[in-house]
Design a protein around this ligand. Structure first.
Ligand SMILES: [Zn+2]
Length: 301
């Protein structure tokens, strides 16, 4: 009798444990946020990333498998500032999960947590596929990234208060490691200060702002528009007047235009990882910055 009683208590206890270990289900729009959420959430979260480093996060196919993942999510972690405007609202509509709609606690926009660069004074269609809410590629400034990490950690605590201490200690650990790395990055990146670099798209504005690299031109004649032969000729003329140290493009962009301009000018074309998974050994945000600086310093010593 007693034994049965204890067995019942034991089984009930198991049931309760099962409930309390239910993990937060996080849907990250881009690999950088999947990585940050994993670092801050540890074993209390499960993460799905909507895109990989091989995909252009401005435009992906809103596949049914992604809708199902948004439906199950407790939290969406995205860049925001309209980076995902071409696909995320559609996923949110189709998923019918009220918890993760804009304005809800289950929807987190990284760009909203920080001051954004490049907010246009006015927007019209002649300006191209412009980011009207400012530049959304915020993960490439390590200082802004720390602000975002702090806000995301708070959000995890709000959604899962029973594990608040766990999230706090993971954030503290991340912060101290990040601050250490930041000192190292700032030291080794000194030769990049004032360097002139041509970009494919405005993905690098925050990185350049941090490192004081000068944007010497863009392969896109207007944001989001493909380059043209005429535009390359203009760029070449400008670069003859005032040369640059590199032409950078991301892992997800075609190297064609960068290589063409490189042939025309003799300036090195350089692929940078852009996000986690965008190069060999780029497995987290730390190695993303390490590898980015290493590659830039190789061509701009
Ligand atoms: Zn963009």
């Amino acid at each position: 009798m007693n034994r049965t009683y204890y067995l019942v208590l034991f089984l009930l206890g198991m049931g309760l444990t099962q409930v309390s270990v239910a993990k937060l289900n996080i849907f990250a729009c881009e690999p950088e946020w999947a990585s940050l959420a994993k670092t801050l959430g540890g074993d209390q979260v499960t993460i799905t990333a909507a895109t990989t480093a091989h995909q252009d996060p401005h435009r992906i196919e809103p596949r049914p498998s992604l809708i199902a993942k948004v439906r199950r999510a407790d939290l969406l972690v995205c860049s925001g500032a309209e980076l995902e405007v071409g696909w995320l609202p559609m996923l949110q509509r189709q998923a019918g999960n009220r918890k993760v709609l804009p304005g809800q606690v289950g929807y987190f926009e990284a760009a909203e947590q920080v001051e954004r660069l490049g907010i246009p004074k006015q927007v019209d269609r002649s300006m191209g596929d412009i980011h009207a809410s400012g530049n959304p590629h915020v993960h490439l400034d390590p200082n802004r990234l720390l602000t975002i990490a702090s806000a995301l950690s708070e959000r995890l605590k709000t959604l899962d208060p029973s594990n608040a201490a766990h999230y706090r200690s993971r954030f503290d650990d991340f912060t101290s490691r990040w601050r250490q790395a930041l000192k190292r990055w700032q030291r080794i990146a000194k030769p990049l200060k004032g360097a002139r670099v041509v970009v494919h798209h405005q993905d690098w504005d925050y990185l350049f702002d941090w490192l004081q690299i000068v944007k010497a031109g863009s392969l896109e004649p207007k944001p989001g528009l493909p380059t043209s032969a005429g535009h390359l000729v203009k760029l070449r003329q400008a670069l003859i007047q005032e040369p640059a140290g590199a032409i950078v493009y991301t892992h997800y962009q075609s190297p064609k235009a960068a290589n063409r301009l490189s042939q025309l000018t003799g300036i090195a074309a350089l692929e940078l990882p852009y996000t986690v998974g965008g190069g060999e050994g780029v497995t987290d945000l730390f190695s993303l910055y390490d590898e980015t600086l290493k590659r830039l310093l190789k061509v701009i010593p």
